[in-house]
Write a protein that binds this ligand. Structure first.
Ligand code: ZN
Length: 645
């Protein structure tokens, strides 16, 4: 299919624009590799319900109930009387929002959705189709005060008691959970596991805290057994011995839930740099737990893009040079930068917490000591960034928010390429750089840890994107190009990222806090090299001295690395609370109304392609076909039907 014929932008609802991505490299794979993609994709889809349940304990029954009504409406079920059109439409939108968020809370703001259809509408529809009414679910949908927020990060409140996530039973307090995990930690252990990562913290009959582990025969055991089956099929068609070892260890981990096995699996996975088809499958990111310990389930499969990977290879080959020349205190630097492998990939399937909203760059594993001793694997997902760029062409955004034509031209010329480069730098050098001082608890920054870590990686990227070394390596065309990235990054951090937040709310999500913190801190410490100016009642970012910004970025990088390396919780708290949280209400209002006038969706997510296995009479797979046409709701209903146990 040619670019012009492929529709990157699909349907639009609420604050969401659905996109499609293409997997260009799939057809060129061998049959064996296609089978590998197929089995790994199935494994990535079987974990979906784990994530739904992690997000809130009522999400799965809620989804089943809503889908029963949705399907009845869609198929024109005769039992339904005549439904008011506006409410039917409002219900359809609510259903899509719940699908998109993998639950009843917004995927980004974490706030519970407010339905725009009435309770009577839903009760009547349920009665018509004879679906039992569950009063708790009714409360979940219609009572604003019941479980209003998935992850609460408000300083000073009990973060577990005020969050609807399902990683702890509802009666466990923050202080208890923190004590429980503090007691497990042994500061002497150079190779600590990620305590609590794959379990729910509950109470036994005697009221003592116990962990219920997610594994075969344990919590989510049925889903995990199916994942194990798919991984076993993948094992048979693995590309090489290393990948076979990786799959065997992951299967072993899913069987036992043993976190030492998990670490072993991630080390082997980092060492597998040869496979063209690669994957992540398991309990991975901790943003969904207010304490940052418990990992949400995600899975995806990728194919290496060999041409673009040459670009990131240049970065990882020079990792030690970047580490040595950073403005960070030498006590916090790695003396040996090993194994920062970076590649550009195409996503082949997205699952769990990477679907439908997805990251575009991923650096794993998350264990600090594994990263220090064995390195990490970093990917930039090229076919997703390309889909974003294609869908954004000509949407009027830059005309509205960029200060003048010269700056707009700068962005139009360089920004797509420099954005990709920023992601590469962030993932393959930023997160991989620096070290903790001996004895520092990797979780010392607690609720501020994620924001500080993202700031560290972004600052590393921003500092180096302006370095002549990148021109020398042929990754940046000239001395002007980096300015496009500075402008777009800082404009986003100061102004345009606010479009993702409701008026009256503060900044809560870790990546957004990080961008605000960097942009505002740099503005306050650059002697006027950048300012906000108002022209015709519209606020714009004006930059008069780019090199001065780089100096400020370097200073902040040094401080953020110090905070991380020393585990300086108080400094982390101050930096985030002073620069990364509050929003000026007038400015927020202005940005929202300018953005509204453009009629764009602030969030985007992806519809997956479908993989169909063609089997012979003996049931063996003889081909795997990829298709792209499936509608969002059909995909959601199919996943609910085929991958729910
Ligand atoms: Zn990051």
């Amino acid at each position: 299919m040619k670019d012009e014929q492929f529709r990157y932008a699909d349907e639009r609802f609420a604050d969401i624009q659905m996109l499609r991505y293409r997997v260009e490299g799939f057809d060129a794979l061998s049959l064996r590799q296609k089978k590998l993609v197929y089995h790994l994709s199935e494994a990535a889809l079987y974990g979906r319900d784990i994530l739904w349940d992690q997000n809130c304990r009522y999400n799965l029954p809620l989804r089943r109930m809503l889908e029963a009504v949705y399907v009845a409406i869609k198929r024109g079920d005769k039992r339904l009387g005549i439904l008011p059109e506006a409410e039917t439409r409002a219900f359809g939108e609510y259903m899509r929002r719940v699908w998109f968020a993998n639950g009843v809370h917004h995927h980004y703001s974490m706030d519970k959705f407010k339905p725009t259809f009435g309770e009577d509408f839903l009760r009547k529809a349920l009665r018509d189709i004879e679906y039992p009414v569950d009063e708790t679910l009714m409360r979940l949908i219609f009572d604003d005060k019941f479980l209003p927020k998935r992850v609460n990060q408000a300083d000073g409140e009990d973060l577990l008691q005020t969050s609807a996530m399902n990683y702890y039973s509802p009666d466990v307090t923050q202080a208890e959970a923190e004590r429980f995990y503090a007691e497990q930690k042994n500061a002497e252990d150079p190779h600590p596991v990620m305590y609590g990562m794959n379990s729910r913290l509950e109470r036994d009959e005697k009221g003592r805290l116990v962990e219920r582990t997610w594994k075969s025969g344990g919590m989510y055991g049925k889903n995990i057994d199916r994942i194990i089956d798919c991984l076993s099929s993948a094992h048979e068609v693995a590309e090489n011995d290393k990948q076979r070892q990786v799959l065997a260890s992951l299967i072993e981990f899913y069987r036992t839930g043993d976190l030492r096995t998990f670490d072993q699996y991630t080390i082997q996975w980092v060492e597998d740099t040869l496979s063209e088809v690669d994957f992540t499958n398991g309990f991975t990111e901790v943003y969904g737990d207010p304490l940052g310990l418990k990992a949400s389930w995600e899975g995806y499969v990728n194919l290496r893009d060999n041409v673009a990977t040459h670009r990131t290879q240049q970065l990882s080959d020079n990792a030690q040079w970047f580490e040595d020349h950073s403005p960070v205190d030498s006590r916090f630097k790695k003396s040996v930068c090993n194994g920062v492998t970076a590649k550009v990939v195409e996503a082949a399937i997205l699952g769990g917490d990477l679907y439908p909203a997805s990251a575009i760059g991923i650096n794993l594993p998350n264990s600090n000591w594994v990263r220090q001793e064995h390195g990490s694997k970093s990917v930039t997902i090229g076919n997703l960034t390309h889909a974003y760029a294609e869908a954004a062409k000509g949407n009027g955004f830059r005309e509205e928010f960029v200060i003048d034509k010269a700056t707009r031209d700068l962005l139009n010329t360089y920004d797509e390429a420099l954005d990709d480069l920023h992601t590469d730098l962030h993932e393959c050098l930023g997160h991989g750089s620096g070290k903790l001082l001996p004895g520092v608890d990797p979780d010392a920054l607690k609720a501020y840890g994620s924001t500080i870590e993202e700031a560290r990686a972004d600052l590393f990227a921003l500092y180096y994107i302006a370095d002549p070394k990148l021109i020398e390596l042929g990754l940046v065309p000239n001395e002007e190009a980096y300015k496009s990235q500075y402008y777009s990054y800082l404009m986003n951090g100061l102004l345009t990222q606010l479009v993702r937040i409701e008026l009256g709310k503060q900044i809560e999500e870790a990546h957004m806090r990080n961008r605000a913190l960097i942009s505002r801190w740099v503005m306050a410490h650059c002697d006027g090299a950048m300012t906000l100016v108002v022209k015709n009642q519209k606020t714009y970012l004006q930059i008069s001295d780019y090199p001065a910004l780089r100096l400020a970025i370097g200073k902040l990088l040094a401080e953020v690395q110090r905070i991380k390396s020393e585990g300086d919780f108080e400094a982390a708290r101050r930096l985030v609370e002073d620069y990364g949280v509050e929003i000026d209400a007038d400015l927020h209002n202005e940005i929202l109304s300018r953005y509204r006038a453009l009629n764009l969706a602030p969030y985007k997510g992806f519809i997956n392609p479908c993989y169909n296995a063609v089997r012979n009479d003996a049931g063996e797979i003889v081909d795997v076909k990829i298709t792209y046409g499936e509608a969002f709701d059909e995909q959601m209903l199919r996943y609910g039907r085929d991958y729910s146990l």
